[in-house]
Design a binder for this molecule. Structure first.
Ligand code: SF4
Length: 87
């Protein structure tokens, strides 16, 4: 862990991309990047989805506490929906 990792703080409303890039999150983001194009949400839709999540009271530490998914992963799959149909 780097020195500034100890002092860096994240709000409960952060997406994983806003948090420290641990190996786990790197793998998550790599997985999202490598999704098949036919399954992947287009960039504009993806950003709209995660913007809604960022304003949602159910977002905690990058996860949706309604479905238990990392919201960036869920938002990146075009056939997935918000469990509350906010997107
Ligand atoms: S998936 Fe839906 S319920 Fe979950 S954090 Fe995002 S907007 Fe909120």
């Amino acid at each position: 862990m780097e020195e500034n990792d100890k002092t860096q703080r994240y709000c409960r409303k952060c997406l994983t991309r806003d948090m420290n890039q641990t190996e786990y999150f790197k793998n998550l983001h790599q997985y999202i990047q490598n999704l098949d194009a036919d399954k992947k949400t287009d960039t504009v839709t993806y950003e709209k989805r995660v913007a809604v999540c960022k304003e949602c009271e159910r977002l905690m530490d990058g996860m949706c506490n309604a479905c238990g998914c990392y919201v960036e992963l869920r938002a990146s799959m075009k056939d997935r929906k918000c469990p509350y149909l906010y997107w």
